[in-house]
Design a protein around this ligand. Structure first.
Ligand SMILES: Nc1ncnc2c1ncn2[C@@H]1O[C@H](COP(=O)(O)OP(=O)(O)O)[C@@H](O)[C@H]1O
Ligand SMILES: [Mg+2]
Length: 267
C-alpha cells in the first residue's frame, strides 16, 4: 500500500523578519490552519501578506519566529517526520545550459540516482506535462508556458507527497494560463496528493482548489476558509456555474478591503 499522504497542521504561526539595520517586519501573525491530506488548498491574499513566507516555513526552509508545523499521517492523524516535498516557484529557475530532460532530472541527480533511472522518471514527468518530444530542447528554445511546464515536471519528478506551487502561472499570458490551469487540474485529480497552491487569482484558487484559505493584508492572518464543493473532474465550464460565481463574490468581498489596505501602505 502506498504511504498515506500527509496533512499539515499549523498552529499559531507568526513570523517577523529582522533586517540588519534593526527594522522588523511582521509578515505572519497567529496563523492556525490544517491543510488536509490528499486535497488541494489554495491560498489567496493581497500582495506582500506573507504567502511565500508561509510556504517557506511549511517547506522547512525558514524557521518561524513562533508557532508549530506538524505533519499528520493516516486516518488517525499520527504526527510524523516531514514527507517528501517539492515546490514549483514562480520564477522557474531552469538551468539554461541543460536540456529539458536534464533540467527535469536535476533533483534526482542531486539525490544521487543513477542515469538510467532518473532519465526514465524524467521522461514520465515530461509526458505528464505534455512536453514529449522536447526532451533535447534547451530552455531558451521554449515559450514561457512550456518553460513553466518544465518547472512543473521538475516538481512532479520528485514524486512528492506534498506539492507546493507559489504563483506558478503569474508571469504567463491569459490563454497559456488557462491551458495550464486545465492541465494542472487534471494532474492533481489523477495524483490525489496534498497540494498547496498560492495564487493571486481568485478564479484559479477556486478552479483548482478543494479549499480556499483567504488571507488578510500584512501581517497575514487567516481571514476565512471556504470549501469549494465543485464536483471533479472539473473542466473550464465549472467557472460558469452559480456556485463558482457565489464563491468568487464571497472571496472578492473578503479581499477588497484587504487589497485596499495593502495598496494604501505602498503609496
Ligand atoms: N527576507 C526578507 N527580509 C525582510 N522582509 C521580508 C523578507 N521576505 C519577505 N519580507 C517581507 O515580508 C512580507 C511578506 O512577504 P511575502 O511572504 O513574500 O509576501 P507574498 O508572497 O504574500 O507577496 C512583505 O512585506 C515582504 O516585504
Ligand atoms: Mg509571494
Amino acid at each position: 500500500m502506498p504511504a498515506p499522504f500527509a496533512a499539515i497542521a499549523v498552529t499559531r504561526l507568526s513570523h517577523t523578519f529582522e533586517s540588519r539595520s534593526g527594522a522588523t517586519t511582521l509578515a505572519l501573525s497567529d496563523v492556525s490552519f490544517e491543510f488536509p491530506a490528499g486535497r488541494v488548498t489554495s491560498i489567496v491574499g493581497p500582495s506582500g501578506c506573507g504567502k511565500s513566507t508561509l510556504l517557506l516555513i511549511l517547506r522547512g526552509l525558514l524557521a518561524a519566529s513562533e508557532g508549530e508545523v506538524r505533519f499528520l499521517y493516516g486516518a488517525e492523524r499520527q504526527p510524523g517526520p516531514p514527507p517528501r516535498m517539492a515546490t514549483v516557484w514562480q520564477s522557474f529557475n531552469l538551468l539554461p545550459w541543460r536540456s529539458v530532460l536534464d533540467n527535469v532530472a536535476f533533483g534526482l541527480e542531486l539525490g544521487g540516482m543513477g542515469r538510467a533511472e532518473r532519465e526514465a522518471r524524467a521522461q514520465d514527468a515530461i509526458r505528464a506535462v505534455e512536453l514529449g518530444g522536447f526532451e533535447k530542447h534547451f530552455p531558451g528554445q521554449l515559450s514561457g508556458g512550456m518553460r513553466q511546464r518544465v518547472g512543473l515536471a521538475r516538481g512532479l519528478v520528485m514524486q512528492p507527497e506534498i506539492l507546493f506551487l507559489d504563483e506558478p502561472f503569474g508571469a504567463l499570458d491569459a490563454q497559456t494560463r488557462l491551458y495550464l490551469q486545465e492541465q494542472l487540474s487534471a494532474l492533481v485529480e489523477r495524483s490525489g496528493r496534498t497540494v498547496v497552491l498560492v495564487t493571486h487569482s481568485i478564479e484559479e484558487a477556486i478552479f483548482l482548489g478543494d479549499l480556499v484559505m483567504v488571507m488578510t493584508a500584512r501581517p497575514g492572518r487567516v481571514a476565512a476558509t471556504l470549501e469549494v464543493g465543485l464536483p471533479r473532474p472539473r473542466g473550464l465550464d465549472a467557472q460558469k456555474t452559480p456556485r463558482f460565481g457565489q464563491l468568487f463574490e464571497e472571496i472578492y468581498g473578503l479581499l477588497r478591503d484587504e487589497v485596499r489596505k495593502a495598496m494604501l501602505e505602498r503609496i
